[in-house]
Design a protein around this ligand. Sequence first.
Ligand SMILES: Nc1ncnc2c1ncn2[C@@H]1O[C@H](COP(=O)(O)OP(=O)(O)OP(=O)(O)O)[C@@H](O)[C@H]1O
Length: 614
Amino acid sequence: MNTLKNLLSPLATHSNPIQDTLKLVVIGGTVETARRASVSAWNGFVDSFFLTAHFSQEDYPYDWLMHWLSKQPAWGRSREFDITTRPVSRHGMTQKTTGDLEEDEGDDDAGEFNLGGGHRKRKVAIIPSVDTTHTIYYRGHWLRITRTRRLNEFGSCGEIKISVVARNNDILKKLVVEAKKEYEKDAVHRVHIFMADTSYCCWRWNGARQKRPMSSIVLEPGVKDMILADCRDFLQSEDWYAERGIPFRRGYLLYGVPGSGKTSLIHSLAGELGLDIYVVSLSSKGMSDDTLAKLMGNVPSRCILLLEDLDAAFTHGISRDASSTGAPTKATAATLKEKEEAKDDNASTLTLSGLLNSLDGVAAAEGRLLFATTNHIERLDPALSRPGRMDVWINFKNATKWQAEGLFKCFFPFKPSTPPDNDSVNSTPPQSQENLPLPKRKGTAPVVPSLSEEELNLLAKRFADAIPDDEFSVASLQGYLLKNKTRPRECVEEAPAWVIQERETRAKLKKEKEEREAKEKEVEQTTKADEATAKSETAPAEDASPAKEEATSKSPNADSTTECAELNGGKEAEIIASAASSNDDAQATGQTQSGSDEKWVDVDNTQAPADASA
Ligand SMILES: Nc1ncnc2c1ncn2[C@@H]1O[C@H](COP(=O)(O)OP(=O)(O)OP(=O)(O)O)[C@@H](O)[C@H]1O
């Protein structure tokens, strides 16, 4: 005490200011040194007695732990925590957490509360705050949990550190297993979507969507069953593939008109098979052979890898090698111009050989189901769609009457005439309602007049009669039904008028498009003529090159064909021929090709396709 008094007394009395400053520095230094020594002693103590596990956001256990932590009762008593409406893990599961904010009386949907006055509810999670250590009691042990953020080469990344005093790491193993189980239990109703991030060469979680029941997809009989059975069979055949030395991969090419259910079917399959979907857009900015190879090498073994609008990649500069377009179709002048721009604009520089390598090269991931969709199969290079890369082809066409009827039944549920007992409801679901999700949310659901089964069947039949075969996409029928979702009877009455109106609108749009194109062509020709006149006036000597003149006076397509043929060194025609013949064969034979593992399925063909894996 006296020492301290002696140290501090000069500060109170008038003394030399230099001496005072020095004393303050000494005191401060001593205090700081003592603090550091105690912190490092504590860390040493922790290191020697505690087991510590680190969980990085880059890997799945982090998600399991965050999900598990968000459900722990300890947060209800904690004095510092984060409240978030964002997903607590990359899988987007924000659910009821202990210590949650409860909605006003009358709402038992705990964990949801109204933000912003509207009727939309958001779920709230309470999670450990960053850089704070929390202590949780778990199975007879005190866990010290610290959530931190660290910087890595791609930005900041979350980390969880869990320390526990224990003789071995059994308790941590138990914790991880429990967290995983809980996580999977809660994830079972969702399909998780990951998008390729070309900037960081990684997959980013993009959302968790509610599973879509297979019964809500209306395709010709047998198609859904065939594809589902094929996927299941593949996923169970790892050993079979290994024994025969065949790469454990399977590709599905879904092609056809827009709005016919290609994407919906994939979503539904993912839910049915319990797989995540990894989506790559080949024409996205920054996509290169290298990036794609890394991304493909990083997909987990059991998942759906989706290449959407495969043909779009071809019209945005993909090429077989440095000097070719890779696409079997004629490249337009606009396409070539786009390619030139792409070089400057950091756009996709992917080549077809790069794409082929990443699909089935040595480093390509195994065990994944590859799905590719396209509206223009004729634009695909045959190399891309050959068996081994795309084993099953499915053609999606405009809606048939059968599909119109099925879609109508999906939209309007019927009321059984006599209330059946629970068992009979569970055992025999009506075909159109089978697997459909039960309405979960409370609120003002639209009032739909109740229909008996007979009436529903009759209305669906009449609706189908009014819809012409193979003229409207299922998406447009869905649009019409959505507009009439509370008026099933009127919907059927007005269907013929809707068909006429749709036809008129389409004819009008087509006419407008033709007029616009004709105008554009006219302007283009005038500009070309003006340029030619200006050229001949300013540089008469250049007239001596007639070949060049001839090329510029051709149509844009003819132009690009010439340029394309030059770029390909004459290979273009070969590619067109092989694509056409393979496609024609497909249409002609229509079905399974014997001797290969490939299937050719036409959704309009009512014959059940043969099982290719047989
Ligand atoms: N066969 C179908 N059964 C049920 N719904 C369908 C079907 N086809 C389309 N739809 C509905 O139409 C909408 C668009 O469907 P989807 O995106 O699956 O079509 P798509 O063939 O992938 O189209 P695009 O080629 O333009 O990507 C969805 O809302 C979906 O519910």
